[in-house]
Ligand binder design. Structure first.
Ligand SMILES: Cc1cc2nc3c(=O)[nH]c(=O)nc-3n(C[C@H](O)[C@H](O)[C@H](O)COP(=O)(O)OP(=O)(O)OC[C@H]3O[C@@H](n4cnc5c(N)ncnc54)[C@H](O)[C@@H]3O)c2cc1C
Length: 395
C-alpha cells in the first residue's frame, strides 16, 4: 500500500495550491486528478481580481491575457450602465496555463501528481483513510483533502452538506469580435440567462477575441445550450457576436451557497467542493485560493500534532468562515433579491443607476471579491437610493 501524509483529490487551482503549501513543509503529498491534462477541459471564463496572485509564487506575466477596467451592464431592453473605466479592476487569465503553473509549483515542492487517476472509493479505517483510484489500487493517508469541484464525491461520501444551488454554465472562446478591450459586457434577463447573467469578456488587447458564456439556475425552463444559441441571435447581445467564430467550447457548473460543515474526521473540503464561491459573480478562484491557504495551514498543524479528529479540523471551518463567510452570506442575500427581479425591474433599476454620482461610487468602491463593501458608501452618498430599497426588497 502506498502511504502518504496527505492525499488531495482534484488537481484544480485550489487542490494544487493546498498541496503546494503542505509539500513545502516536507510532508508526503499526492494529488489525484481524473483528467488527462491539468486545466483541460476549460471550465472557466478566466476573470479574476489582481489579488488572486497574492496567493501564488509564479510570475503572472505569461498568464495574463488582458486587463479589464470596467463593465457595461445591459438590461433586457438594452439600457446600458457603464461602470469603471478608470483603473484595472480585473485580469483575464489563461486558465489552463494558470492551473498548470500551480501544479508545477506543487510538484517543485515535492508533491506527486497522478493524472488520469479518478478516485473511485474512499474509506475511513481506524485513524486513517484508504482510497482506490482508477490506476492506483491501494493508497493510505492520514488526511484526505476533497478539492474535487462542484459535485464533490468526497463531500457526498462523508455526508457533508451539499450547496444550496448548482448553476449550469456554458460558453466558448470566440474570434471575430470587435470589442472595447477594456470592458466586459454583462447581460441580464429572463430570456438571456434566467437566475444569473451572461458575459462577453475580451481576452486580447485588441478586442478581436473573447470568452462568451452564461449560467442559468435550476428553475430555467430550457437547456443551457438553448440560451447559449439564442445569445448569438437575440438583442441586446447579437450585435457583439455577428461575426463570431467558435474556437473552443466551455462548460461546467457553479456551486452557490456556503455549506455548514467542511470537515469530518481525517477529511477537509476546499474550493468548489466546499462551495466557497461568490454567489454574486460565480467566481471561485479568489475565494477558493483564500480558503486553500487556511486549509493548508490547519492541515500542517494537524500533521505536526498528529491530530486528525473533527474537533481539531473544525478550526479550518471556523477560520474560513470568519475570513469570508460573512461576505458569502451577504452575497446570498443579494442573490435572493437579484433572482426575484423581473425584466421590467432590471430595465428600471439599470436606468436609475445611470447617474454619474452613483456610477462614480460604484467605480470607486466596487470590488468583485467583496461586493458588500459598496453598500454603505452607496447608500451614504446617494440616500435617494433608499427610496428604491422597499421596492427591491419587496421584489
Ligand atoms: C462557466 C464557468 C465560468 C467561470 N468563470 C469564472 C471566472 O471568471 N472567475 C472565477 O474566479 N471563477 C470562475 N468560475 C469558477 C471557477 O472555475 C471555480 O471556482 C474553480 O475552478 C474552483 O477550483 P477548484 O480547484 O476548487 O475546483 P475545480 O477547478 O473544479 O477542480 C476540481 C478538479 O477535481 C477533479 N476531480 C473531481 N472528481 C475527481 C475524482 N473523483 N478523482 C480525481 N479527480 C477528480 C476534476 O477533474 C477537477 O480538475 C467559473 C466556472 C464556470 C463553470
Amino acid at each position: 500500500m502506498d502511504e502518504y501524509d496527505v492525499a488531495v483529490v482534484g488537481g484544480g487551482p485550489v487542490g494544487g495550491n493546498v498541496a503546494k503549501a503542505i509539500a513545502e513543509k516536507k510532508y508526503k503529498v499526492a494529488i489525484f486528478e481524473q483528467n488527462k491534462q491539468i486545466g483541460e477541459p476549460l471550465r472557466c471564463a478566466g476573470l479574476v481580481t489582481p489579488r488572486v496572485f497574492d496567493f501564488l509564487d509564479f510570475s503572472k506575466e505569461n498568464i495574463i491575457q488582458n486587463k479589464i477596467r470596467g463593465a457595461h451592464i445591459h438590461s433586457p431592453s438594452d439600457n446600458v450602465l457603464t461602470i469603471g473605466g478608470d483603473k484595472v479592476h480585473a485580469l483575464v487569465i489563461d486558465r489552463p496555463k494558470f492551473d498548470k503553473e500551480i501544479i508545477k509549483t506543487a510538484k517543485n515542492n515535492g508533491a506527486e501528481v497522478f493524472l488520469e487517476n479518478k478516485v473511485l472509493s474512499v474509506q475511513k479505517i481506524k485513524n486513517h483513510i484508504e482510497l482506490t483510484t482508477s490506476k492506483k489500487p491501494d493508497i493510505k493517508c492520514d488526511l484526505l483533502i476533497g478539492a474535487d469541484g462542484p459535485y464533490s464525491q468526497i463531500r457526498d461520501r462523508f455526508g457533508l452538506p451539499s450547496p444550496a444551488e448548482i448553476l449550469r454554465g456554458i460558453g466558448a472562446e470566440i474570434t471575430g469580435t470587435n470589442l472595447n478591450p477594456n470592458f466586459v459586457e454583462i447581460f441580464v434577463g429572463e430570456n438571456i440567462a434566467p437566475g444569473f447573467f451572461a458575459w462577453i469578456i475580451p481576452i486580447n488587447k485588441t478586442g478581436t477575441e473573447a470568452r462568451v458564456g452564461l449560467c442559468i439556475d435550476q428553475t430555467a425552463p430550457h437547456s443551457p445550450k438553448h440560451y447559449f444559441d439564442n445569445f448569438f441571435k437575440n438583442k441586446p447581445s447579437e450585435s457583439y457576436l455577428e461575426k463570431a467564430g467558435i474556437k473552443r467550447r466551455i462548460g461546467g457548473s457553479v456551486p452557490i451557497g456556503p455549506i455548514e460543515k467542511t470537515y469530518a474526521p481525517n477529511i477537509l473540503l476546499v474550493g468548489d467542493a466546499a462551495s466557497q464561491v461568490k454567489p454574486t459573480s460565480g467566481g471561485g478562484i479568489y475565494s477558493g485560493l483564500l480558503c486553500a491557504s487556511l486549509c493548508s495551514s490547519i492541515a500542517i498543524e494537524a500533521l505536526e500534532k498528529k491530530n486528525f479528529t473533527q474537533q481539531f479540523l473544525k478550526r479550518y471551518h471556523k477560520r474560513w468562515s470568519s475570513e469570508i463567510g460573512r461576505e458569502l452570506n451577504i452575497g446570498i442575500k443579494f442573490r435572493k433579491i437579484f433572482k426575484k427581479l423581473t425584466d421590467n425591474q432590471f430595465d428600471k433599476y439599470i436606468e436609475k443607476f445611470q447617474n454619474p454620482k452613483i456610477t462614480e461610487i460604484i467605480s470607486k468602491y466596487g470590488d468583485i471579491d467583496y461586493p458588500s463593501r459598496l453598500v454603505t458608501p452607496l447608500l451614504k452618498k446617494t440616500p435617494s437610493l433608499l427610496k428604491l430599497l422597499p421596492s427591491i426588497i419587496k421584489a
